[in-house]
Ligand binder design. Structure first.
Ligand code: SAM
Length: 194
């Protein structure tokens, strides 16, 4: 009986609760509609596609290293197919890149987002590198939006150390089993030299 309940919870988490958490995460921003967005660990495009709906005049870049152990069926073609089905393929771009070494120039994105991805980096130093990269590529005045399980509070601590302001976090949120948190953090305009 308990294994049936656990299976039902896993299914509900994957089908509905994850989507609800993702929408709540994106709603932590007042969207203008022309933002340039980065989705780190975009998988099959759950967040990237919803972000694209919110930026009809913007662009969304999804990066991933497509580890099948983390998410089955994640590959660049899958997200392209899903973006086309959602009618947003004109503004969703997919690249094979590692969160720890992003190829973008400093201050490229208005919004850097990530959903249940960074915890897949096994070591704390690697996760710290990914958060430092997110901070580097977000513009002054731009926002970082992250939901993750297990380590999200340490990401927020790192961002505060870098100088993030207007931090808001919500949780605990139980998805699948491990506890997660969602948060937003803003890079202040006066740090424009970073
Ligand atoms: C659980 S899936 C989540 C996918 C998507 N964000 C979602 O919410 O449906 C985690 C994703 O992170 C990706 N990933 C893991 N380590 C990564 C890294 N170092 N850089 C970029 N992507 C990574 C995996 O390949 C996988 O697609």
């Amino acid at each position: 009986m308990s294994s049936l309940l656990a299976a039902a919870w896993m299914l509900a988490s994957s089908l509905w609760i994850k989507k609800k958490v993702m929408c709540s995460l994106l709603s932590q921003r007042d969207w203008r509609g022309d933002e340039i967005v980065l989705d780190i660990g975009c998988g099959r495009g759950l967040l990237a596609i919803e972000a694209a709906r919110r930026v009809p005049l913007g662009r969304v870049y999804g990066v991933d290293i497509w580890q099948a152990d983390d998410l089955s069926g994640n590959n660049p073609e899958a997200i392209r197919v899903n973006a086309a089905a959602a009618g947003v393929s004109d503004r969703v771009f997919v690249e094979t890149e590692d969160a720890r070494h992003l190829p973008y120039s400093d201050q490229t994105f208005d919004v850097v987002a990530s959903m249940t991805a960074i915890h897949n980096i096994a070591d704390a130093e690697g996760r710290r590198q990914a958060i430092a990269e997110a901070w580097r590529v977000v513009r002054p005045g731009g926002q970082i939006l992250i939901f993750d399980i297990r380590h999200a509070k340490s990401y927020l601590q790192d961002l505060r150390t870098f100088g993030a302001i207007d931090t808001q976090h919500f949780g605990p949120i139980i998805l699948w089993g491990p506890v997660g948190w969602r948060f937003s953090a803003t890079k202040p305009v006066e740090l424009s030299s970073q």
